[in-house]
Design a protein around this ligand. Sequence first.
Ligand code: TXD
Length: 319
Amino acid sequence: MARPKIALIGAGMIGGTLAHMAAMKELGDIILFDIAEGIPEGKALDIAESGPSEGFDVKLKGTQDYADIAGADVCIVTAGVPRKPGMSRDDLLGINLKVMKAVGEGIKANAPDAFVICITNPLDAMVWALREFSGLPHNKVCGMAGVLDSARFRHFLAEEFKVSMRDVTAFVLGGHGDTMVPLTRYSTVAGIPLPDLIKMGWTTQDRLDAIVQRTRDGGAEIVGLLKSGSAYYAPATSAIEMAISYLKDQKRVLPCAAHVDGAYGLDGFYVGVPTVIGAGGIERVIDITLTKDEQAMFNKSVDAVKGLVKACKEIDSTL
Ligand code: TXD
């Protein structure tokens, strides 16, 4: 049986890390695509040369040609431009929207059966745009943010409670970052919900609020430390977790930016929700009843994404 083919569109910090992780885990043959000449070729060769020591048997190729992604099973998109000093959010939106157009058309022409995971920011709007430009079915195009936000939340909670991260679960909804909605009543340590842990004296509401805020600011905390560039190890790991669930039909329950039609009172909109990812792509959106406060936070998050999508439509009248 032929190996799966993984196409990574964008060979920057996250793209290179994705390639390394996908190779180490032998997920399939890897194509690294980027418009920057030499970068994808150099990274592909460098990772391939780690193969003999590591002992993985996958092929890696760097390219500037979309024809090389032909027949890809999974496409993970990190292509784009990060915000530079003096650049407004709209400037970034306009540039990355053009990038999504090129990438979407490339996927449509060469890998129309792929499961597509978008990582490029602003995430929720870019995944919507990528779906529009690629024309792929909604269940095959999603965005990575919730797995990362919940991983950050789990990490901070495990530190607070001094327990293994494996026994901490977290449930997040909504857009990426600032507008993330943590559902503390569904976040647990070995099944014990966080509100119960407060009652048990494991932590206080104030400390929990601070952890939620640190999670929302998780991306900015890393940017502040790195000074140039943003997080890439945990974002890459999160997308790999989603790709594995698709490739191996694991049916993991993972939060991601998915097309929500009917659930949460939405009619056809991309936003972060809990989903089931399996061989059918986004196989299910898990619709839960929210409390008044949670619904208010979720609506705020949806409104923020709606604003971005509206701005995209104004920039590109074909959308
Ligand atoms: O949770 C999340 N979704 C995120 C998102 C967490 C962290 C970072 N997040 C966003 O991912 C970040 O704001 C960026 O929009 C993307 C990618 O981050 P990365 O750190 O990998 O950015 P780089 O290193 O700048 O890489 C981007 C690459 C770079 O090599 C460019 O040459 C390339 O994208 N690029 C393109 N490739 C293909 N096609 C086009 N048109 C193109 N334009 C730029």
